[in-house]
Design a protein. Structure first.
Length: 95
């Protein structure tokens, strides 16, 4: 989400993007007022520190989650390419 940094699945039936109902940052856990005071955007671009209201370890956990999602996407892309190669014959034409 461009507003809070959470995934679409975390929003469930709620709005997404400019209609996001969340008032806390998906990256650091701090509320919107902490971000507004420091003029730091919520979500992916958040750089709020613990001394300014961020929850301990929340940014690290968020980065680990993003790295995991990126690794999964890379594996899926590789699997898709392998399946495509298998479906082609020796001369590179579909069988």
């Amino acid at each position: 989400c461009s507003h809070c940094g959470r995934q679409r699945a975390e929003h469930g039936e709620f709005g997404f993007g400019n209609k996001c109902p969340f008032k806390t940052c998906g990256r650091c856990g701090a509320d919107a007022s902490c971000h507004e005071e420091r003029r730091i955007p919520m979500g992916v671009m958040c750089t709020l520190k613990e001394c300014h209201g961020a929850f301990a370890g929340a940014s690290r956990d968020y980065d680990l989650m993003l790295a995991d999602l990126a690794a999964r996407a890379e594996i899926r892309a590789k699997l898709g390419k392998n399946e495509e190669r298998i479906s082609l014959g020796r001369e590179g034409v579909p069988v």
